[in-house]
Design a protein around this ligand. Sequence first.
Ligand SMILES: [Zn+2]
Length: 569
Amino acid sequence: MRYSQMFLPTLKEIPSDAEVISHQLMLRAGMIRKLTSGVYSYLPMGYRVIRKVEQIIREEMNRAGAQEIFMPTVQPAELWKESGRWNFYGKELLRFRDRKDSECCLGPTHEEVVTDIVRNGVKSYRQLPQNLYQIQTKFRDEIRPRFGLMRCREFSMKDAYSFDIDTVNADLSYQKMFAAYNRIFERCGLKFRPVEADTGSIGGSYSHEFLVIADSGEDGMAYCEGCGYAANLEKAEIARPEEQAVDVSSFLTREEIHTPEVRTIEEVCAFLQVRPENVIKTLVFSADGVPVAVLVRGDEEVNEIKVKNYLGCDILEMAMDDMIQAAAGSPRGFVGPIGIKCRTLADYSLMNLTNMVVGANREDYHLKNVNFERDFKVAAFADLRVVRESDPCPRCAGGIHFARGVEVGHVFKLGTKYSKAMKAIYLDKNGKEQYMVMGCYGIGVGRTVAACVEQYHDDNGIIWPLAIAPFQVIITPVNMNDQDLAAAAENLYADLSSQGVEVILDDRDERAGVKFKDADLIGIPLRVTIGPKNLAAGNVEIKNRKSGEINILSVEEVKKFILGAIRQL
Ligand SMILES: [Zn+2]
């Protein structure tokens, strides 16, 4: 492509509404333009990258045995009512009525549609497994769309759905997708990590997120170098500490202390001259309307997702004042475990601790020198707190480290959630009806591109990996009015193009400095500069955008160099 003919509206200034680097650079490099809040058009440069990522995804999905389909964006409400998600899904589901007054929605995901297709097409175990995928436009009416392609409302997504006869086979389908995802992100040239994740609103039993490592990423992960354990911060487990023998003789006499208006951990510590590690924080939750007390060390935070999963409840929220008053007999701020009238769980952080401070369940009072067993019992010790960077690895003796990333893919084991709700049934070997066991697997295509920019950029612009660059090579003659330079540039351009290399010829009548700046901004991996001094010796200069390495090579050598680099993809 000739630069002079390209639709490539680059910007010199950083657009004021773009907060993150990928959004700024994709706007500046003429890749995307905003149509309305959270809705973007891909311009030629952006769409070429999108198509390359899609192609890698397609090849690896096909290689893993998945079959491509294409499902509609507009979906009837009936299917969503059947699965139970019509009411459960929040306002991200854009609902509307058509001219016949039928309720519809724009698909934020396609579990319902694909389950409907498969339940109508599969009768026997002989027809399973199946894995169907599509690369299609999704709409989620995000309350606060931001960060360009990172959190938008309309976006391109690859979504795949597997159907198996049982959980053993569903695990195999999951592993195939897990392996395919690793290959996809490797081929895109990204540094990434699969991490264990919570199953969230889609539901199901098990899941992994794929995070592209970037300091600017919204998602945190905890990982261990030793054994490779990695999980997102919501999910990251904490090992159960060794139980130590209790030395009852160390228990001090329990005391009730008047602590007027002393409610928070900080206030308690200041008033009683103790450290947060010596205080038990008692939080009362409503689990499907039933009060549950959760105890955690004063310097730790309760992880509500862990509590919710432990209890297996549908809705977990902080208890309201009346529920706290009924369970504890005291207002918020003075609640403690002794005599509380509800199920009580304690986090592992409290194991082996003695002589603690707790709320007295009496307004304006706390208790000192409180001990497990002597003063109160708990239903169980469990992993209920937020992980810290200093925590030991839950799998080996190593230490936990934190890193940040951008979530680009997610693989779920769905189990029979949808097949039960929508009666996706097959007949097994014995002619008995069984529910299909499902998995679902998503990749945000635009998000992968944005994550790539977050990972690979410098002050001058984007640095595309060769595999997904919009063009692989840019030829920059320093002066198009010099006939020798122009002729050499045209010849190289024609030659590389004819061999399938994706080349831009910067044929603009601009200063070399301007051309170099634009080439860096749009991030083309290899730049061939044709200048009078090198050309007089039959040479050109080739520069690697990522490493900055410069080589002076003959025209023949530069062709070999470029073709060699592309062949390695
Ligand atoms: Zn480990």
